[in-house]
Design a protein around this ligand. Structure first.
Ligand code: DAT
Ligand code: MG
Length: 153
């Protein structure tokens, strides 16, 4: 199956640092297919829903403040094992522990400002839940990506 979808977002720090294009390029280069994209501001309510699993943790308030502090670029990417592959390309949660060559390892130094969000592949269904939270069904574009014929055997 090449049609697994995952939710990805360039966070406010990544937007302000001009990294949207670089990050989109990495997923394009990998052969993933862009299904949706939206430049937007996350409000308090959406932030609480999106990061609900972290409510009550000491970093939660700061996390909500950060993610609502400026625009984000939300995306849906599709491809074989997309959720896990995007996470591998992102690196670890802490940029300081992320290998060079990963997005967080190449563009971050500090845990709070780690440039990108991707659905957790170890949390069953997180990808679908997050896609639904950020996008309406009619915002997901149905098309064939010609390059896929050369990406997949
Ligand atoms: P990830 O974004 O890799 O899925 P997560 O879901 O555990 O990581 O946490 C969500 C975000 O919260 C993470 O990108 C950065 C922030 N965060 C996580 N743990 C933190 C901590 N111990 N201190 C400060 N911020 C933290
Ligand atoms: Mg997470």
């Amino acid at each position: 199956h090449h049609d697994e979808r995952t939710f990805v977002m360039v966070k406010p720090d990544g937007v302000q640092r001009g990294l949207i294009g670089e990050i989109v390029s990495r997923f394009e280069d990998r052969g993933l297919k862009l299904v949706a994209g939206k430049f937007m501001r996350i409000d308090e309510e959406l932030a609480h829903e999106h990061y609900g699993e972290h409510e009550g943790k000491p970093f939660f308030d700061g996390l909500v403040e950060f993610i609502t502090s400026g625009p984000v670029f939300a995306m849906v990417w599709e491809g074989a094992d997309a959720t896990r592959q995007v996470r591998r390309m992102m690196g670890e949660t802490d940029p300081a522990e992320s290998a060079p060559g990963t997005i967080r390892g190449d563009f971050g130094l500090d845990l709070g400002h780690n440039v990108i969000h991707g659905s957790d592949h170890e949390d069953e269904g997180a990808n679908e839940r997050e896609i639904e939270l950020f996008f309406d069904e009619d915002e997901l574009v149905d098309y064939d990506l010609d390059a896929s014929a050369w990406t997949y055997e």
